[in-house]
Design a protein around this ligand. Structure first.
Ligand code: GUN
Ligand code: FE
Length: 420
């Protein structure tokens, strides 16, 4: 297939009148449309306003997609205890599978091609199966909670770890490595140290398994962790082994100097979730500071009850706007930086190689984006357009691993057995 348009190959590389050639699951060539058209005359040809790499939702809760709007105007701990945890407890196997399926459909049609997905305590296998069947690239895992969680969601530590291990055997590396596992303790509030240390041991026992958790999102959460452990949240995670290049920490809104040093020194990845942080009034994460320290900061939508949408373009825009107004500096988190967070940084956090940009030999995770909304006006800067003007609705074509998963011209979502 040859996908023609203004190619945003990565945040620093724009090719006007460009094209991306896909063969199998791989990008075979990126360059000038006329040149590649001559070189690949027999490839099916499609045209879009912008051709861009698929985005990485580096912290999502697909299983919360049935809970959109159930918990507005609340802060994290009440939001969780009064609304979100009871909803997760109430979902059976069918509900969990449906929730995950709907979450992945929304991701795919709005331009997310890879997710780091925080699943559920129960029936996480249903969600993993939905990820396999959806065609999305996913780093996902079952949630562990062994203390301080409501009845029905609190599990015995050994059982929570054993169920996680069973899912690693079953799903880690599925479909040629498109599905990879993340051991997923919910957060230090609902996990004993035995559980947190067990998560580290489990991840270490399997090549390529990562760890994904929430950290330092809200000041009340941090106070609870401090009361239990006598330590700041990130210091404690470090103490029990939950920092490092295989760890993804969602949020990290409130961190002190020592914690920031720990994150940077250990190569721990941070996922910034600007819309969620605003809606739950959690605070403003020090993204510029993390980036200046060399931390890989990715972007995530978090779950539908704390954002209402899995559209990655809202996060791109909010990440930039929030940083600018926080610093009173219009250069903070510029468009290229935001796009890098949502693509290359997300892929690095998720641990997928050759993902996050359109380059020869890289994975064919590609979006076709309509620019009709600006029919009458020129797009002077396609990267700026993606960050400040585009919406998930503008995505008319989504490909993951060379498979067309969504194609508006062909009626929308496609099933996985569609030919590459
Ligand atoms: N911290 C622990 N659980 C959750 C959750 O489901 N969502 C968010 N935003 N933060 C959390
Ligand atoms: Fe979350």
């Amino acid at each position: 297939m040859l996908l023609a348009g203004t190619v945003v190959a990565d945040p620093d590389t724009v090719i006007e009148d460009g094209a991306v050639v896909v063969e199998g699951d791989t990008v075979a060539a990126v360059g000038d449309e006329a040149v590649l058209g001559d070189r690949y005359p027999d490839h099916e040809r499609r045209s879009f306003g912008i051709v861009a790499p698929g985005t990485v939702g580096a912290h999502v809760h697909s299983v919360q997609s049935l809970g959109r709007g159930i918990a507005d105007d609340a802060a994290l701990l009440d939001w969780l205890n009064d609304h979100v945890l009871p909803m997760e407890a109430g979902l059976g196997a069918d509900g969990m599978r449906l929730a995950a399926e709907l979450g992945y459909l929304e991701c795919i049609e709005s331009g997310v091609t890879t997710v780091i997905d925080h699943l559920s305590v129960h029936h996480a296998g249903e969600a993993l199966r939905a990820a396999v069947d959806s065609g999305i690239r996913a780093r996902a895992g079952k949630v562990l909670m062994d203390t301080n969680a409501p009845d029905g969601l609190r599990q015995d530590t050994d059982r929570a770890l054993a169920e996680s291990e069973g899912l690693i055997w079953r799903y880690h590396g599925a479909d040629g490595g498109r599905i990879r596992y993340a051991v997923t303790p919910r957060f230090a509030v609902t996990c004993t140290d035995e559980c947190l240390r067990g998560c580290r041991e489990l991840a270490d026992a399997y090549d390529g398994v990562r760890i994904h958790t929430h950290a330092s999102e809200n000041t009340d959460e941090i106070a609870m962790v401090e009361e239990r452990t006598g330590e700041r949240n990130i210091e404690h995670l470090h103490e029990v082994g939950l920092t490092g290049e295989d760890v993804i920490l969602a949020h990290c809104v409130h961190t002190d100097e020592t914690e920031r040093e720990i994150i940077a020194d250990t190569g721990t990845h941070v996922t910034h979730c600007p819309s969620s942080n605003m809606k739950l009034a959690s605070g403003i994460a020090p993204v510029e500071d993390y980036l200046a320290r060399g931390v890989t900061v990715a972007l995530g939508n978090d779950g539908p009850p704390c954002n209402n949408t899995l559209d990655p373009f809202t996060e791109l825009k909010q990440a930039s706007l929030l940083a600018k107004v926080d610093a009173l500096d219009p250069t903070a988190v510029d468009a290229a930086t935001a796009l890098r967070m949502a693509t290359l940084n997300g892929a690095e956090a998720a641990g997928f190689e050759r993902v996050g940009a359109l380059r020869e030999g890289w994975k064919a995770d590609v979006l076709g984006i309509d620019t009709d909304l600006t029919r009458a006006t020129p797009i002077h800067d396609p990267v700026s357009h993606l960050v400040f003007a585009a919406h998930g609705d503008d995505v008319s074509f989504t490909m993951v691993d060379g498979r067309v998963l969504y194609d508006e011209a062909a009626g929308g979502h496609r099933t996985l057995d569609a030919e590459r």
